[in-house]
Ligand binder design. Structure first.
Ligand code: LLP
Length: 463
């Protein structure tokens, strides 16, 4: 067997381990991760990009974006599968260090790295610090120089590619906090972009080793075109900089952002298709420009971890209301959207919510839910899965059909919660953050312990 499927009793099981057994042992809410799935997705990315780019630059360095979900065990799996790790804070570097990841296999991001984070990166001899601004470049140069060392640096540029995704997760347009603009009027100096100014500055500092350029155009993107266009723009710029400043920029990182299916309307492409499309553009652009292709790297997070995990919740309070037009916007229930008829909608409350999955509130993200602890032949009923927080926006799944006999004590599974759910979790309303369990070969291992009431009170200094 393996993977997520129903066992003989109709109970959802991961690699043969039933959700009822998981609930018994670890309680709910619980993040349940399929370790083999994580490992094979990690391998699949590495393999697909290595194949597609073999003739161009010998392969691709895949940096798993730790911000999507990181703990020591995951960092170790990433390394075991031949990937590197992208971090964006001192805390993430601490996890990487604890997992024993070598500095050369680590990158550090962030638009506002502290001096302490920069020093830590230099202590750990990081393979790359991705510098986000001119201001930061100067700081990294100073800190490295004071230590008598050299910092390996990439420059993060904003190529002005508009990826079709939520505004807060699209990052390559100009008017936002990340990156150095490639637009020519982006500095005081006429005709010089912030990106070029940074290249010129970086080459002038003896304490900086400029490895190359980076961009990340956004997240949850399906079409490869945006990635290909960004690659082309960066290569053109890279060639111009090599020529003008007589330098070699050996590396180009094209970021992450590859989308996954949260609901059946989402249509992600397999890694091989994205890799092939990107490789075609890199190959032809380098040929046109007459340059040797730089070593390519990417930083997928969500596409590796997102689909490996579901959240297990227990159903509590139920109530039904009558609504005019169901399915606001999602289109998923269009067949029932008759303006003249009211429909019942059932509110199914679960024992977590926006504290373990903030994505519906933050990005209007869609999820699905299934009855996990049993099967049911009862009629499907329009339902809204909501959390237990003191906020009406605390929705887990806006519209989903669940069997009408769903009752308190049933377990629901919400798939696709591996990325940016635990990572964005909070203690809102003094809820304890759930633990994360990894299942492999029928065995469950807690890789992040859930919080206890004691944890919640520990940092409260008392009266
Ligand atoms: N590289 C950089 C520089 C990034 O900023 C990000 C994501 C990634 C790689 C990984 O992107 P991915 O492959 O996971 O899409 N919280 C939002 C997503 C924020 C993404 C932030 N940066 C969400 O839940 O949709």
């Amino acid at each position: 067997a393996g993977g997520v499927e129903r066992d003989n009793d109709g109970v959802l099981a991961v690699d043969g381990l039933s959700v009822t057994a998981l609930k018994e042992q670890f309680g709910t809410p619980l993040f349940v991760m399929d370790e083999s799935d994580f490992r094979s997705r990690a391998r699949a990315f590495k393999h697909a990009f290595d194949e597609a780019f073999a003739d161009i630059c010998g392969g691709v360095d895949v940096y798993y974006a730790g911000k999507s979900f990181l703990c020591t065990a995951v960092a170790a799996w990433v390394a075991e599968e031949g990937l590197r790790l992208d971090t964006c804070s001192g805390g993430e570097l601490a996890v990487a260090a604890r997992a024993g990841i070598k500095g050369e296999n680590l990158g550090l991001h962030g638009n506002n790295k502290s001096d302490a984070e920069i020093s830590r990166a230099l202590d750990m001899e990081l393979g790359r610090i991705v510098v986000d601004s001119l201001d930061e470049l100067e700081r990294v140069a100073k800190i490295a120089s004071a230590r008598g060392g050299r910092a390996k640096v990439m420059l993060r540029l904003t190529p002005g590619v508009h990826a079709h995704t939520h505004e807060f997760i699209a990052t390559a347009h100009e008017d936002q906090k990340f990156g150095l603009s490639m637009a020519e009027d982006s500095t005081e100096q006429a005709g010089l972009s912030a990106a070029e100014e940074a290249v010129a500055a970086a080459t002038s500092y003896s304490s900086i080793e400029l490895l190359g350029l980076h961009c990340h155009i956004g997240s949850q993107i399906f079409e490869p075109d945006g990635f290909a266009l960004a690659a082309q723009k960066l290569l053109v710029f890279l060639a111009a900089m090599q020529e003008k400043y007589s330098i070699t920029l050996p590396e180009l990182d094209l970021g992450g952002g590859y989308g996954i299916a949260y609901t059946p309307v989402d249509t992600p492409r397999p890694p091989a298709e994205i890799a092939t499309a990107m490789a075609a553009v890199v190959r032809s652009t380098c040929a046109e420009l007459g340059i040797t292709a730089p070593r390519i790297s990417i930083e997928p997070g969500r596409a590796i971890v997102g689909s490996t995990t579901f959240t297990l919740y227990e159903v509590g309070t139920l109530k039904t209301v009558r609504v005019d037009a169901p399915a606001s916007g999602s289109g998923k229930t269009a067949e029932t959207a008759d303006k003249n008829v009211t429909h019942p909608r059932r509110y199914v409350s679960v024992d977590g919510g926006m504290s373990d999955n903030a994505r519906p509130v933050l990005y209007d993200a869609d999820y699905s839910a299934i009855l996990a602890s049993r099967t049911s032949s009862a009629a499907p009923q329009l339902s809204r899965v909501v959390g237990k927080h003191c906020e009406s926006g605390d929705i887990v799944v806006r519209d989903v059909y669940l069997p009408e006999d769903v009752a308190a004590g049933d377990l629901l599974a919400v798939p696709g919660t591996g990325a940016y759910c635990w990572a964005l979790s909070s203690n809102y309303n003094y809820l304890a953050r759930p633990g994360v369990v990894a299942v492999r070969d029928g065995n469950a291992r807690l890789i992040v312990r859930g919080e206890t009431e004691e944890d919640l009170l520990n940092r409260d200094m008392g009266v």
